[in-house]
Design a protein around this ligand. Structure first.
Ligand SMILES: [Zn+2]
Length: 178
C-alpha cells in the first residue's frame, strides 16, 4: 500500500466519522457510497479506520459498509488490524448482529493469509450467493427454499448455495460442489 493511499484513506475515515452521526440513513448510504468509488487501498484503509474508531453514534450502516469493503477488497496484511478492531465493535440493536459481517470479513482475510482464496470463508457465514466474487450459474426455486450453483471468479471453485426464506431473514448454506 502506498503512503498516499494510506493518508487518503485515513482522511476519508475521519471525514465519515465526523459527518455520519448527523445524517439520516438515506444520506448515510449516499455518503458511504464513496467507499465503492475509490481504489482498493484507499477504501480498505478508510474501512479499517471506521471500524477502529466507530462508536454507538457512527451507526450500523457504516459498520456494515466497512465490513463489506474489507471482506471483498481487503488484503492478508490487514487481518491483524481487523482482528483487534472486531473485538471492540459496538453491538447496536437489530434483528441480526451486524458484527457477523465484520467477522466474515476477518474470516476472508484469514483465508488469504493462509494462502487460500477469500471464498473459503463463505461457508462459515450467512452470505448471499451474489456479490463481487461469485457468478451465479443456475438457480432452482422452491416455495421457501432455493438452490444456486455459483462459481468463485477468483479461484474457480464451485459452490452450491441453499437459501431458506422460512425465517425472519434469508438463511444461506454453502457447500463445495467442485
Ligand atoms: Zn475462490
Amino acid at each position: 500500500m502506498t503512503d498516499a493511499a494510506t493518508t487518503t484513506g485515513r482522511v476519508l475515515a475521519t471525514a465519515l466519522l465526523a459527518r455520519l452521526p448527523d445524517l439520516e440513513p438515506t444520506e448515510q448510504r449516499a455518503r458511504l457510497q464513496v467507499l465503492d468509488d475509490v481504489e482498493d487501498a484507499v477504501a480498505t484503509e478508510a474501512a479499517l479506520g471506521l471500524l477502529e474508531a466507530m462508536d454507538d453514534a457512527t451507526g450500523v450502516l457504516a459498520g456494515m459498509a466497512a465490513a463489506r469493503v474489507l471482506r471483498w477488497r481487503g488484503t492478508a496484511d490487514q487481518a491483524e488490524r481487523l482482528r483487534a478492531a472486531v473485538d471492540r465493535l459496538p453491538s447496536f440493536r437489530g434483528l441480526r448482529d451486524w458484527r457477523t459481517d465484520a467477522r466474515a470479513a476477518l474470516a476472508a482475510l484469514d483465508a488469504l493469509a493462509r494462502g487460500g482464496c477469500r471464498c473459503a470463508s463463505v461457508h462459515a457465514t450467512n452470505t448471499a450467493p451474489g456479490g463481487p466474487l461469485f457468478t451465479v450459474e443456475d438457480t432452482r426455486r422452491g416455495d421457501y427454499r432455493s438452490e444456486s450453483d455459483v462459481r468463485c471468479t477468483a479461484c474457480g471453485a464451485g459452490w452450491r448455495v441453499t437459501r431458506d426464506d422460512s425465517y425472519h431473514y434469508p438463511v444461506f448454506g454453502w457447500s463445495r460442489s467442485g
